[in-house]
Design a protein around this ligand. Sequence first.
Ligand code: 11C
Length: 335
Amino acid sequence: KKLNVAVVGATGAVGQEILKVLAEREFPINGLKLLASQRSAGKEIQYQGKSYIVEETTHESFQGVDIALFAGGSASKEFARSAAKAGCVVIDNSSAFRLEPDVPLVVPEVNPEDVKWHKGIIANPNCSTIQMVVALNPLHQAAKIKRVVVSTYQAVSGAGIEAIEELTKQTQAVLAGEEYPPQVFPYPIAFNLIPHIDVFEDMDYTKEEWKMVRETKKILHDDNIAVTATTVRVPVYRSHSESINIETERKLTAAEAREILRNSPGIIVVDNVQEKQYPMPLFTSNRDEVFVGRIREDNSLANGLNLWVVADQLRKGAATNAVQIAELLVKYNCI
Ligand code: 11C
């Protein structure tokens, strides 16, 4: 069966990637509607050789739509509930509904069955959470993770198209000895790191850090996993990297962990230090898999492991995960 699909936020960094992934995976589309804010309405976008005009999103946009993929941002709060009421299934990439009890939060490699109990909205987790849980779930199943300590190195494209331009122009300006005042980020990102993503909340953690804590528990169905995070913006265009330390109930050797991860869905292990092989953001972009390397036993802990996890956050962290959820809806016949 072919479906009527809407993409909300079609002109943004994630929206553009959603269109690419839908085409690549040959998602069965009957009609395609491209929606965005008033500012982007009227723009022309090509999809599989056909030209589409972007329309302004309204509460009436979703009549006759089977699946609406929301790229994220403020449109979700405004339109997702009314889209669901109009009878379509919303796959939402914003943070608005992720922790709502009536909204499944799904990573297809981890908790695919959760799509079955949707009530009109399914949430796509935060990008840095997705790549972490893809890597952690197989280890959690094998040895039960008690605690996670994660530090992220997040690419500028996580903050949208304007942020990509800010990194380029600011780098050029610095090299030319000129000033380029920050607009998207609170400080210059060129030749710098900023340990601050999104707004500060409880206990001086950022919202991005709390997302990693709370979303991980919901996706893994385990409120007992202790998670603490430090999230950092780095001058990289694309692909988030994460240094992850875990403590498990049962001891896992590095060799065992490597073997488990090699046999798990959506993961590529790149871990041969003799040959200088480890994942890096420059080489994981435009890929759908989560890359894991630097797998080592924690020398300071009886049952601890260190991992280095890198993935294209616009693809697996957003667009690909959302399209995989759409594929699950088709597979489980729950549209
Ligand atoms: C970033 N993780 O890299 C953010 C972007 O909750 O979906 C994604 C925000 C979200 O800036």
